[in-house]
Design a protein around this ligand. Structure first.
Ligand code: RDL
Ligand code: RDL
Ligand code: RDL
Length: 155
């Protein structure tokens, strides 16, 4: 039984953790999900590290929403850097599902983008954990999460 860690935040304006859980449960079996909700994106790195080191998680999906202001973009940079450090320290993937609040116009579109990106990265995490060669089939294919894929020079 593999353990998938899910870290999410109360700062985000959409419940991406719910989308990740629904998508993972629709995709396969052989794992349990451990969810750890923190206030904001800067709290994600240590939460992920604790899930890996104290709970034994094999991979982490980390959902967060950087806000629209310059201070939020700095927070996002810091959070991402921390997430990188935890990956390198623990040798485990942390799939970073960030949706910047200003990526979408309006709350409805923001919700749709969050839901799609969370689901598509949930599937990426699933494959990285159970079948890493699956992604190789799509190498260089211009895949995006939450948006339409953009295509390849081979098309
Ligand atoms: O440790 C408590 C907070 O500092 C932490 O939760 C931060 O991540 C909160 N936060 C900011 O302080 C900020 O300036 C967040 C953002 N911006 C942001 O854009 N998105 C967040 N948190 O999730
Ligand atoms: O961990 C999951 C994703 O966060 C990770 O795969 C990122 O590298 C995806 N990504 C972005 O989030 C982004 O804002 C990429 C780009 N931009 C980019 O320009 N090129 C990428 N990935 O290969
Ligand atoms: O070029 C248009 C988009 O690809 C670009 O705006 C990306 O940076 C959007 N994006 C993020 O901002 C992000 O934080 C993406 C991701 N994460 C992601 O994980 N996957 C994406 N885009 O396809």
């Amino acid at each position: 039984m593999k353990l998938i860690g899910l870290v999410d935040t109360t700062f985000a304006r959409f419940d991406m953790g719910r989308s990740v859980i629904q998508e993972l449960n629709a995709t396969g079996t052989g794992f349990r999900i451990m969810r750890y909700t923190v206030p904001g994106i800067k709290d994600i790195p240590v939460a992920a590290k604790k899930l890996i080191e104290e709970q034994g998680c094999d991979i982490i999906v980390a959902c967060g929403m950087p806000g629209p202001k310059p201070v939020d973009k700095i927070s996002a940079q810091i959070a991402s850097t921390g997430i990188m450090q935890v990956q390198i320290l623990t040798n485990k993937h942390i799939i970073e599902v960030f949706v910047h609040e200003d990526e979408a116009e309006g709350l409805k579109d923001l919700g749709i983008l969050c839901d799609r990106r969370a689901r598509e990265h949930a599937i990426n995490a699933y494959h990285l954990l159970f079948d890493p060669e699956y992604l190789t089939r799509y190498a260089g294919r211009g895949l995006r999460q939450g948006y339409e894929d953009v295509g390849s020079t081979d098309d």
